[in-house]
Design a protein around this ligand. Sequence first.
Ligand SMILES: *Cc1c(COP(=O)(O)O)cnc(C)c1O
Length: 399
Amino acid sequence: MTSDAGDWLDQAHPDTLAVRAGIRRGPEGEHSEPIFTTSSYIFDSAADAAARFDGSRSANVYSRYTNPTVRAFEQRLAALEGADAAVGTASGMAAILSVCMTFLQSGDHVICSRDVFGSTVGLFQNYLNKFGISISFVGLRDLAGWSAAVTPNTRLLYCETPSNPLSEIADIAALGEIARAANARLVVDNCFCTPALQKPLALGAHVVIHSATKYLDGQGRVLGGAVVGTRDDMAQVNSFIRTCGPSLSPFNAWVAMKGLETLSLRMRAHCDNALALAQWLQQQAAVDRVHYAGLPEHPGHDLASRQQCGYGGVLSFEVIGGQGAAWRFIDATELMSLTANLGDAKTTIVHPATTTHGRLSDAQRAEAGIADGLIRIAVGLEHIDDLIADCQRGFDALA
Ligand SMILES: *Cc1c(COP(=O)(O)O)cnc(C)c1O
């Protein structure tokens, strides 16, 4: 008799959880998970309505609060991260905002790695600052810098690892200890690795952030996000979301949940393709440096080998000849999509200095290591020979 809950599920391998966790079948006996596109739910009686509202009966009331499809996605993702609970959000930024609104108040201080996602910097600098929350930016690998930045008001340490686009690696266990000593939480944006490659909670982080828009969906179809952590913490995050509204739509939850079923297969293929492309790029005369933690020369290689089980799909490299050469390379490629997105089956290529990092001053870009000749490729699932052939078109344009 088929059952999608039970002791076997608690002991199952992550690949099995990705396919089976969080399923709730309806009376029709559907095999694939249904989508519950409803804003509200009918109560059995006036007494039932009262019980659902006062919380003495836990059941659906309104889809800003809970929705069965969103819950299925949350349970599957929590199982993959090895967490008690997850909360779906409308986007990755909604997840980050929800964590900040839940755990910070006026007067608090945040320490953040310097090279996080641009909108994350914007949230901290342009919005949280308005409410008296201060922020210090430190280098991802500068552990002494993280310790030195701690103040009595520090409540959050925030990082992304591997970093974008240079593939720098944070020591999650060490940052978790600094956070614990400061009575603060370590929040890790696990967007680039996904739980298929890295489980920050097991390494010592308190909260994990996801943009489901990237690898969790994996095919560039929807926006979504999630916060993952302990049951108590997630109850607080959920309370913010149901009150303030950055809730995940059931359709987007369903797309991301179906994406999870193939996550580990896809991540393995992204890693294999990215490593092969990085090794090929390293041999090209027009390439100055390749940034990919899978290469033994990369400064984060040993740490990544310990805390990840794969190096991810994003790499960057510097072509000789600066911005002019980088633009000629990009414009000569035909297969790769010229777009700033990542985490897609389709390979994407972008020039960080004039797009994702274009708003930085020259000095800030230099400090962040974003050279004018730097090109980022988020390696997709096409055949490696076709990706190499496309890069060869780029190099031919430089000859
Ligand atoms: C895209 C991205 C986000 C934001 O996610 P959205 O779904 O676009 O809001 C946050 N962190 C990282 C690392 C990202 O790549």
